[in-house]
Write a protein that binds this ligand. Sequence first.
Ligand SMILES: NC(=O)c1ccc[n+]([C@@H]2O[C@H](COP(=O)([O-])OP(=O)(O)OC[C@H]3O[C@@H](n4cnc5c(N)ncnc54)[C@H](O)[C@@H]3O)[C@@H](O)[C@H]2O)c1
Length: 245
Amino acid sequence: MIMKILVTGGAGFIGSAVVRHIINNTEHSVINLDKLTYAGNLESLNSVANSERYIFEKVDICDEINLKRVIFNHKPDIIMHLAAESHVDRSIDAPNNFIQTNILGTYILLEQSRQYYLSLTNDKKAIFKFHHISTDEVYGDLLHPDDNNLGGELPLFTENTAYNPSSPYSASKASSDHLVRAWEKTYGIPTVVTNCSNNYGPYHFPEKLIPVVILNALAGKKIPIYGQGKQIRDWLYVEDHADAL
Ligand SMILES: NC(=O)c1ccc[n+]([C@@H]2O[C@H](COP(=O)([O-])OP(=O)(O)OC[C@H]3O[C@@H](n4cnc5c(N)ncnc54)[C@H](O)[C@@H]3O)[C@@H](O)[C@H]2O)c1
């Protein structure tokens, strides 16, 4: 079945990999809804922008009127929600945008999705999904075996691990996960929440860890270590992630 997929945050690092993947490897069409913050980069979509299965809408998910217009005009079968403020360091310096976009924006998107879902026929309702892309940082920090009280074991998160966010970013994402689950339980909208680890790969924003390390190394500059250098990060190649989503 050929579907219309609304991708929020499709000009971002992971969102653009999802959009490229859908256009290049499926027959589905994409509506890319993105506010184009500092993190949005339409050049990452040059290879698919001319496809007749691709449409771009420059809209803020907090802008209820335009969000409604896009959803009701394009009538997506699936909504994949990747629009977010995503950089932990920025969330520590200025948490406001994180609360606005990640919490309030997700709430506004859920409400518009709920109204849209209610307007669908039963056949369309059976297909519809709201897919919320979140982070494993909602479960807390991965601590080095020297510091984690696990007797030398590496720490591991599962879907059943209790939420324990530690930064304004991860707290705002945890909050949005709870809202998505509440909208399914309370209103019956079919949802999926995925909590991936750190991504790396093409079009990664230069201020993120792996690009910083590579760029500093190429320039012969010092490579920054965060804290005591004991944090553990799992890494996922962004195109594998887009394929899985
Ligand atoms: N990058 C990672 O390693 C990683 C890991 C785990 C989870 N995630 C999650 O995956 C999702 C995508 O992450 P990313 O790395 O691609 O983020 P990103 O910062 O690269 O891109 C975010 C995109 O959302 C857009 N956006 C921001 N605020 C918006 C708003 N109010 N309305 C509409 N668009 C808006 C930006 O313009 C940008 O294009 C996020 O929800 C993030 O929390 C990312």
